[in-house]
Design a protein around this ligand. Structure first.
Ligand code: CU
Length: 173
């Protein structure tokens, strides 16, 4: 899903104004192609379906190198969730590391948003929410899409959720 961000529209409006003010000057500078600047930005909204422990969006695509912003929102599910996007093929191992940290120190695991922080797990994170998202809460994750095309799994590592609460971000060239 490609969306032009509001600030870009504002910039376009300002640029247009500037051009009309400067109309009498000999040669206005070539416009800096605002449309091209807007390309390469992807906005995604991912919610939570109450009661069934699933994201309401299980697949989306981004272009390699895009600026991505994900609005992760929980409108009506009483449970708390996170959202972590991982490098291809690392989801099972990451999930098991999350389970291990919960067993080792449940309270500590919660303060870490159930994201394992050993070196290997950290290296497999593409983007992750910084807090647990309860009812009525949301968070915007912003990151640059990986340069390499592939299937990047995303999941919730709140205890027991990841088997149902998962999806795939496809990165295309
Ligand atoms: Cu969850």
């Amino acid at each position: 899903m490609k969306t032009v961000f509001a600030p870009t529209l504002l910039a376009l409006a300002l640029a247009t104004t500037a051009l009309s003010v400067r109309a009498e000057e000999p040669k206005p500078a070539a416009p800096a192609a605002p449309a091209a600047a807007a390309a390469g930005e992807t906005k995604v909204v991912i919610g939570v379906v109450p009661a069934v422990m699933q994201y309401d969006k299980k697949a989306f695509s981004v272009k390699a190198g895009d600026k991505v912003s994900i609005l992760f929102t929980n409108k009506g599910c009483p449970l708390q969730h996170n959202l972590v996007i991982l490098k291809p093929g690392t989801d099972a191992k990451f999930g098991m590391a999350a389970d291990k940290m919960i067993v080792a120190d449940a309270a500590g695991a919660m303060t870490k948003v159930y994201l394992p922080d050993d070196a290997e797990s950290k290296a497999s994170i593409v983007a992750a929410s910084t807090k647990l998202i309860g009812t009525g809460q949301n968070e915007i994750l912003t990151f640059t899409a990986p340069a390499e095309a592939g299937a990047y799994p995303f999941l919730c590592t709140f205890p027991g959720h990841r088997f149902l609460m998962k999806g795939v971000m496809t990165v295309t060239q």
